[in-house]
Structures are given as structure tokens and as C-alpha cells.
Design a protein around this ligand. Structure first.
Ligand code: XMP
Length: 397
């Protein structure tokens, strides 16, 4: 049984022993892991820890300011330095489409900024809130988490000039939350839904452009507002280029769905996109197909389906197509041609290692979809992501 109090006591001693009287920086995004790690380290070495908040441009609207205010005020009172990185990150990711290339470019930019700050502040240590699933997924090759170096044989001291300390590296997210509560961290932070280090760069699937990123920021805001009442473990949107690819399995997928629905007078449309998304099949990474499903009924309206049918549809696609990593179901009726589609992603999970999708009332899905459509004319349609983890991951990339 995990004992957060004993964990805190042990870690404070361990951090003191490692850092002694040295100064250290900590990259703090305001998320549960990095905030807990910052508070723990602050308790261990006081103001010898400098929190660095990098504005990557991939935070949600208004978030950098909010996080800075939260961390620098009671009860945290952390010493925070805000670093502007927007241009550097946008340039580093410009033109990249592949998810792993984007993640690596993000990671390199992130650490080169931290290396500069560490040098300027005369810090030879970087403390970071890496947790166990970050390491496991990176080492297994599922996806490169931005905050994992040594475990994949990158030597931080040689490359960036600092030694890394990871006090939370043996914990799962729910254990980090227990530590956070024990440390007295307010629930606004301890119960906060996770937000990936590379932020919206992993939710703007494929190439990132300023316009696509702005559309994603607006869509995310809408989803956070509309789904809050349901209190899912994690919920957000992803935006994907609406470029279709020929799909040889269209007819077979349609036939299976027709059999599952047992409904006459519906038309079924099955499409797939050029852009790929991350999944996990047979325990390994699959950069797989995104399959779009649309079922139209009376007045050409998208048909409400039960969560059992949602599950059967995604299972049926997955069993027919071993290269599929996502199944999305259309929730908006309006037909228009735009550059992108938006996926609503919402999951229930304890450890973020496996996850099921949230049961969202159809009315809420449709209202949310309509609002997202009206937020940007370049969005063709809005879908709900039906895929559990595995075979998908929680984030799209
Ligand atoms: P996946 O997409 O791997 O997500 O199923 C599992 C959980 O981890 C979060 N996540 C990240 N967190 N850096 C982080 O700090 C990352 O690079 C990263 N990628 C995913 C994700 O939001 C989910 O909660």
C-alpha cells in the first residue's frame, strides 16, 4: 500500500542529500506532476530551487498567466522565472508532420532552453516531475515523452550541462495526486486533469500552423466548458487535416456496421485520413489509420447510438483493420468543406496506462460539436473518438 507521508519524508531527505547547497532549476508547467515536484523540492532546499516556466505557445488560452499567478502566490509562493519560448518552438516544429519527429524537436528545444537558463543561473541540477508511465512509454517505443533522457541513453550532463533529479519517477499519476494532497496542494492543482508537456503540439495532429493552433485553442476551450459537468478524467480536442485517403476496407466496415445497427433507412459513410495517429497494438506502437464513421438517418441527421454500439463499432473496425489506431464517430450534421476535422477526446482512467471512453449524452456531444463548428469556418466536421487505450493512446500523437 502506497504511503504518501512516508514517501514525502524519504524524498525530502534524498533531495537534500543529492542537491546539498547547490542551486537547481525545475521546469514547471503548472501540471500535477511538475507542481508536486516543485513543492516537494522547495520544502527540501527552499529558494535554492528556481522554477522555470517556459511559454511554449502550446498552452491553452490564457494558461501561462494563470499558472504564473497560481505558483507565485500563496500557498505555493514559489520562485518562478517566466521564459518566452514561443518563436523557438514554432520554428523548431515548422513543417514537421510526423508525431515522433515533432516530439523530438519539442524535446530538444525544451532542453536547450533549460540548459541556457541553468547556465545563466549557475545551476548544475535540473529537477523534473517525470513519472513512471512517461518512462515506460518512451522506453517501450510507444511515444517519446518530452521529459525522458537518461532512460534512453541521452546523457544530460554531457549534452546540456546539468544532472537530472527525478523524485517522482517511480510513481503513477494517482500516487502523485496522493502526494500532492498530503503536501497540502489545493485541489485546483492536485486534481487537475493532466496536460502533456508538449501541450497542444500533440493535439494539433500533423503539421502545426498558427491558424490551426488557434483553432485548436478555441475548440479546447469549448470542450472544457461543455464537458466539465461530466467530470471526465481527461477531456480535450484534437485537430486533424481533412485530407482523405483511399480506404480499401470501406465496404467491409460499412457492412459490419450495418449488421451491428440492425437499422434500415440509414446511410453509412466510412472514410480515412492521410494523417496518422498514435496507437498501441499488441503492446507496440502503431502509427495508424484514423477511421471516420458517419451514420445518417432521417433528414440526413447523424444518428444517436448507444455506448454499447459505439464500442461494437470500434471493435469491429479494429478487428477488420490491423493498421487502424482510431475510430471517430461524426456528431455534426452540417456539410461543409473545410481544412480540418476536430475530434472530441474524453476518457476515464485510473492510471492513464489504460483508459475507456466517457459516456457522453448525445445531446451534449451534438451541442459541443455545433459550438466547435461555429468557432471556425475551416472546420469541416466534429467527431467523438470511440477508441479506448489500447488500441489507441489517450493523446493523438
Ligand atoms: P498517452 O497519450 O500516452 O497519455 O496515452 C497518457 C497520459 O500522459 C499524458 N501525456 C504526456 N504527459 N508529457 C507529459 O508530461 C508527454 O509528452 C505526454 N504525452 C502524453 C497524456 O495527456 C495522458 O494523461
Amino acid at each position: 500500500m502506497f504511503d504518501p507521508k512516508a514517501f514525502i519524508n524519504d524524498k525530502i531527505i534524498e533531495i537534500k542529500n543529492i542537491l546539498k547547497n547547490n542551486k537547481a532549476i525545475i521546469a514547471c508547467s503548472g501540471g500535477v506532476d511538475s507542481t508536486t515536484c516543485a513543492v516537494l523540492t522547495h520544502q527540501a532546499i527552499g529558494d535554492n530551487i528556481i522554477c522555470v516556466f517556459i511559454d511554449t505557445n502550446f498552452m491553452r488560452s490564457g494558461e501561462p498567466k494563470k499558472v504564473y499567478t497560481r505558483l507565485t502566490n500563496p500557498p505555493f509562493n514559489l520562485p518562478v522565472k517566466m521564459v518566452k519560448g514561443q518563436k523557438k518552438f514554432m520554428n523548431a516544429l515548422k513543417g514537421l508532420e510526423d508525431a515522433e519527429e515533432k516530439r523530438k524537436a519539442f524535446r530538444d528545444t525544451f532542453y536547450s532552453i533549460l540548459a541556457r537558463v541553468a547556465k545563466r543561473e549557475h545551476c548544475s541540477f535540473l529537477v523534473q516531475g517525470t513519472i513512471l508511465p512517461d518512462v515506460l512509454e518512451t522506453v517501450k517505443g510507444i511515444k517519446t515523452q518530452h521529459n525522458v533522457l537518461e532512460q534512453i541513453k541521452i546523457r544530460p550532463r554531457e549534452v546540456y550541462g546539468f544532472q537530472i533529479v527525478e523524485p517522482l519517477v517511480e510513481l503513477y499519476k494517482y500516487q502523485v495526486r496522493e502526494v500532492a494532497r498530503k503536501l497540502g496542494i489545493p485541489s485546483e492543482s492536485s486534481e487537475r486533469q493532466p496536460f502533456p508537456g508538449p501541450g497542444l503540439s500533440v493535439r494539433v495532429v500533423g503539421e502545426i500552423t498558427p491558424k490551426k493552433l488557434a483553432a485548436e485553442k478555441r475548440a479546447t476551450r469549448i470542450v472544457e466548458r461543455k464537458l466539465k459537468v461530466l467530470d471526465p478524467k481527461q477531456y480535450f480536442t484534437a485537430i486533424i487535416d481533412y485530407k482523405k485517403e483511399n480506404y480499401s476496407k470501406t465496404e467491409r466496415v460499412k457492412k459490419n456496421i450495418k449488421n451491428l445497427l440492425k437499422k434500415r433507412n440509414v446511410s453509412i459513410i466510412v472514410e480515412t485520413l492521410k494523417t496518422k495517429a498514435t496507437g498501441i497494438r499488441g503492446g507496440a506502437r502503431l502509427y495508424g489509420r484514423v477511421v471516420l464513421i458517419e451514420v445518417r438517418g432521417k433528414n440526413y441527421q447523424c444518428v444517436k447510438l448507444s455506448s454499447e454500439i459505439f464500442d461494437s463499432i470500434q471493435k469491429s473496425v479494429m478487428s477488420l483493420d490491423d493498421k487502424a489506431s482510431r475510430v471517430l464517430y461524426r456528431v455534426t450534421d452540417q456539410n461543409r468543406i473545410g481544412k480540418w476535422v476536430v475530434a472530441i477526446r474524453s476518457v476515464e482512467t485510473l492510471d492513464f496506462v489504460t483508459a475507456s471512453i466517457t459516456e457522453i449524452p448525445w445531446r451534449i456531444l451534438r451541442d459541443t460539436g455545433k459550438l466547435i463548428l461555429s468557432s471556425n469556418r475551416e472546420i469541416s466536421a466534429v467527431y467523438y473518438d470511440l477508441t479506448p487505450k489500447p488500441p489507441s493512446s489517450i493523446e493523438f500523437e
